[in-house]
Design a protein around this ligand. Structure first.
Ligand SMILES: Nc1nc2c(ncn2[C@@H]2O[C@H](COP(=O)(O)OP(=O)(O)OP(=O)(O)O)[C@@H](O)[C@H]2O)c(=O)[nH]1
Ligand SMILES: [Mg+2]
Length: 360
């Protein structure tokens, strides 16, 4: 048996969640709060928008100016960048796993926060790369940081400050680039430890602000988003307000399957896989059939990914289907084919589809 197919058993979605609905909920909760608070002390010297008669709220009160800008999320692998992006957007846009180096390329997440459209740029973790793919990932992270209006450095506060994080701070310092520090995972540690960490990073002179949050529980998130929104340049929004990302659906679907591979495989295997959506067929009953190729690098890896009697790939496909049904809000069939392609990580076309630089 060379390939395994499955997914025909797809069930109708049992949840109403639509990708676009999350934003609407978020708006409902945050609109008032934004209008009277966000621009407070930090932008007193900006436009006197009370003079602008066109920019009035329903009761004649002036609306805060529209803001929009890119915020790059950088940090060592596993700091919680993708978790934060999803929490800020209010929907699953970027994949998350307990393993390092989950994110491989830039992922845009569009967060609406009152009158601000915060364009979060989730990036691969920054570490010392050895392989070609790793070099491309780290290069993408730094170029994402360079292109952004604001750089936010995420640190896993529950762990010892590692060399990767120190290296990031050092490079920002050398380039004289100011950044925002986010101490994440505060649900895991006592407050005293946070204060020590904050003092330590404050001494570097790189950070204009320090926030303490839990991307997982949402603790500290609203305050962080309020302050961040106020920092963005005045600008019309660049995307429709119900859009969550610029990622094509085929790529998102491939990423969801890759997340399930990361969650269900171990040791070096997650790093040996790549996923490509090969076909996307829509049916009259509203369902969609998504066919994907899971590339591995060696025949023995293929055997593990398939599992006994195809059980592993079946369970990976089922998990992907459940999540895709939730995201796409319709019935989904996922067909996975496992193929050995020894050199997928050495082929330029793999890199171009993820927006990575093959020669980084
Ligand atoms: N306890 C706790 N866990 C968190 C928090 N934020 C993220 N995590 C967990 O940390 C792990 C890594 O999260 P990711 O969001 O994938 O981290 P990342 O920085 O995007 O990692 P890479 O893409 O590999 O660079 C996952 O298991 C998350 O559930 C947090 O605030 N508290
Ligand atoms: Mg990530």
């Amino acid at each position: 048996m060379s390939d395994v197919e499955h997914g025909q058993e797809g069930l109708p979605p049992d949840e109403d969640s639509v990708a676009g609905a999350a934003h609407e909920d978020q708006h409902a909760g945050e609109g008032d709060h934004q209008a009277d608070g966000v621009d407070g002390d930090e932008f007193e010297d900006e436009d006197d928008f009370e003079d602008d008669e066109d920019d009035e709220g329903e009761e004649g009160a002036p609306l805060a100016p529209m803001r929009c800008g890119f915020v790059a999320l950088v940090g060592a692998p596993n700091a919680g960048k993708s978790t934060l992006l999803n929490a800020a957007v209010g929907s699953k846009v970027s994949i998350v796993s307990p393993k390092v180096q989950t994110t491989r390329s830039r992922v845009l997440g569009i967060g609406m926060h009152g009158r601000a459209q915060i364009l979060f740029v989730d990036l691969p973790g920054i570490f010392t790369p050895k392989k070609r793919l790793e070099r491309a990932m780290v290069a993408a992270a730094w170029s994402g940081a360079e292109d952004a209006d604001l750089v936010a450095v995420l640190v896993d506060a529950s762990r010892r400050v590692d060399d990767d994080t120190n290296g990031i701070v050092e490079r920002l310092k050398e380039s004289k680039r100011k950044a925002i520090l986010i101490l994440n995972k505060i649900d895991l540690i006592p407050y005293e430890r946070l204060l020590e960490l904050a003092a330590r990073f404050n001494e570097t002179g790189v950070f204009t602000d320090i926030f303490m949050i839990s991307a997982l529980t949402g603790d500290g998130l609203t305050d962080f988003l309020d302050k961040l929104a106020a920092r963005l340049p005045e600008s019309p929004w660049l995307y429709p307000e119900d859009q969550l990302s610029d990622m094509p659906q085929r790529l998102l679907a491939a990423e969801i399957t890759r997340e399930k591979l990361f969650l269900q495989l171990h040791q070096e295997l997650p790093y040996a896989v790549a996923v490509e959506t090969e076909a996307w067929e829509e049916f009259e009953d509203g369902s969609v059939k998504i066919s994907q190729i899971v590339y591995v690098q060696r025949p023995n890896q293929k055997a593990i990914v398939l599992g006994k009697g195809g059980s592993k790939i079946k369970s990976i496909g089922a998990a992907a289907r459940v999540e895709l049904e939730e995201i796409l809000d319709r019935r989904v069939h996922v067909m996975l084919f496992v193929k050995v392609r020894e050199d997928w990580a050495e082929k330029p076309d793999s890199y171009s589809q993820w927006g990575l630089d093959f020669n980084a």
